[in-house]
Design a protein. Sequence first.
Length: 215
Amino acid sequence: MKSYKNLKEKAYEIIKNKIIMIEFKPGEYLEEKVLSELLEISRTPIREALNVLENEGWIESFPRKGIFVTRIDEEKIDEIYEVRKNFDPLILKMAAKNLSPLKLNLFKHKFENYEEMLEDEFLKYDADFHSYVHSAVKNKYVLKMMKNVYEHNRRIRRLGVQKVPHQRIVDSNKEHLEMIDLILNGEIDKAADLLRKHIENSHKYYLNVLLDKDL
């Protein structure tokens, strides 16, 4: 039973990661047999993993058609960013007392050197910074509640990173630097307000680059 559970979890993590990293593209057809051969895992754990992934919104199944990776549309982007812009500022306030000035200054150094960043590095440091803030909450219920949201947001950003204009990287890093300075100065409410604005700006940019919406 333990071995079966481990195989199911392994299949779940691998397939989900491939969806997040756009190795399995939005709208792509997924076949149990092919996944079983690719992952070298029998079809029963694969099927169970797919059930979990469907419940979490990564895939969708259609009678007589099969299983497909969910597409990224305007509704999905809006819903993800609506959650983030309302909950992330609160999470920052909850985490503030646990944030290390040393680590914040390390992030500050990274963001100050944004001109040397490639798109993938920008994505990594941005995600690392927000992950650090989230982890500092020390509240397992908050982390569990938001985990799926952040992972879906990663897929949106991964899909759009090559299309994001350099100016957005410049603006985003400036927002991060200002946010870090506010946190270091103990101005947490202002930092939370800026974080909400930062998320709103990201929302607009990703709608624009992924859906060609001029907001």
